[in-house]
Design a protein around this ligand. Structure first.
Ligand code: NAD
Length: 318
């Protein structure tokens, strides 16, 4: 019986180490290999995580320093390599496009020499640029490349509304779509709370400070920079988002989640990667949904496309 599940995490800093540890918490792998240009860092993170597997509550997952040959038999490869926005820097992930596109070319060049069958979960920012680069510049099955995209903004959206109405964030549904970054937008027409229309919540919860769509959208974008400016980085929310996708793949869940991939004519857009609802299963992205959006939401989707496309153009990426 082969119950082996191997996950390779590339980039072993704040995000990569958090993803590796959440994989252990949720018992999503039997083996986790960590790769980083900084081998000492990857070795240290792998060794530290391996010590936690001795705890009676832990699963005996094999954590180790990896190299690219680990990709040959990996089920899933999570890419977190490359720098992030630092505290105090201009709050726009797109400025990382040039640097991180080159890192993606180097990392993915090594991956494609070893496998074309592993599910790729992209996390490196600018997420939609990174997802576009690896999807279009390499001969790798497109259905197996998934960018975490606006899953994280969707979590942030749920938390903001949950705090406003004092409900479980998991009761809040609907999508944040578009760019993972400043042009993310709430598709308000898809939102609700436990079956109530979102705009009825003020009435049900007797709120006098009325829900402002604009304020929520501003907050869900700004809060990432607020966390970076205070904590230094973000890693916990994105690690949970990554594990949500990993679980959908490993359990063949056919879950519909917002995530990024190259658009193929949805909303009249192509040559750019953005988040829309997509069905995720053991074969990766099984299908994408061009759900009905209002005119205002459509305009925001097109603005997100322009924003990501101009970053691609700026970095000289066709
Ligand atoms: N998609 C999301 O929602 C989301 C959320 C948080 C962070 N991020 C992104 O994740 C990435 C990692 O964040 P972090 O805080 O861990 O960054 P970090 O700067 O602390 O670490 C980046 C790591 O990448 C490694 N690296 C650089 N080039 C490499 C290469 N060619 N091969 C292997 N490793 C290489 C570095 O040695 C370093 O350890 C950033 O791009 C960040 O913006 C994305």
């Amino acid at each position: 019986m082969n119950n082996r599940r191997k996950i390779v995490v590339i980039g072993a800093s704040n995000v990569g180490s958090a993803v590796a540890n959440k994989i252990a918490d949720f018992q999503l792998a039997t083996e986790v290999a960590l790769i980083d240009l900084n081998e000492d860092k990857a070795w240290g993170e792998a060794k530290d995580s391996s010590h936690a597997t001795s705890c009676v509550y832990s699963t005996n997952i094999k954590f180790h320093l990896g190299d690219y040959d680990d990709c040959k038999d990996a089920n899933i490869i999570v890419i977190t390599a490359g720098p992030s926005i630092r505290p105090g820097e201009t709050p726009d992930r797109l400025k990382l496009a040039g640097t991180n596109a080159k890192i993606m070319q180097s990392v993915f060049g090594e991956i494609v020499k070893r496998t074309k069958s592993a599910m790729i979960i992209m996390i490196t920012n600018p997420l939609d640029v990174a997802t576009y680069v690896v999807s279009t510049q390499f001969d790798y099955p497109r259905n197996l490349i998934l960018g975490t995209g606006t899953m994280l903004e969707t979590y942030r959206f749920r938390r903001i509304l949950a705090d406003k109405y004092q409900v479980d964030p998991k009761n809040i549904n609907g999508y944040v779509l578009g760019e993972h970054g400043n042009a993310a937008f709430v598709a308000w027409s898809t939102t609700g709370c436990a079956g109530f229309p979102i705009d009825d919540l003020d009435e049900y919860f007797h709120k006098t400070d009325k829900l402002s769509h604009e304020a929520v959208e501003n907050e869900l974008v700004q809060v990432a920079y607020d966390v970076i400016n205070r904590k230094g980085f973000t890693n916990t929310g994105i690690a949970m988002a990554a594990c949500r996708f990993i679980k959908s793949v490993l359990y063949d869940e056919h879950t519909i989640l917002p995530c990024s991939a190259v658009l193929e004519g949805e909303y009249g857009l192509k040559d750019v990667a953005l988040s829309i609802p997509r069905m995720v299963c053991a074969d990766g992205i099984m299908r994408s949904f061009e759900i009905h959006l209002t005119d205002d939401e459509l305009e925001k989707m097109h603005k997100a496309a322009q924003s990501v496309r101009s970053a691609l153009d700026g970095a000289g990426i066709k």
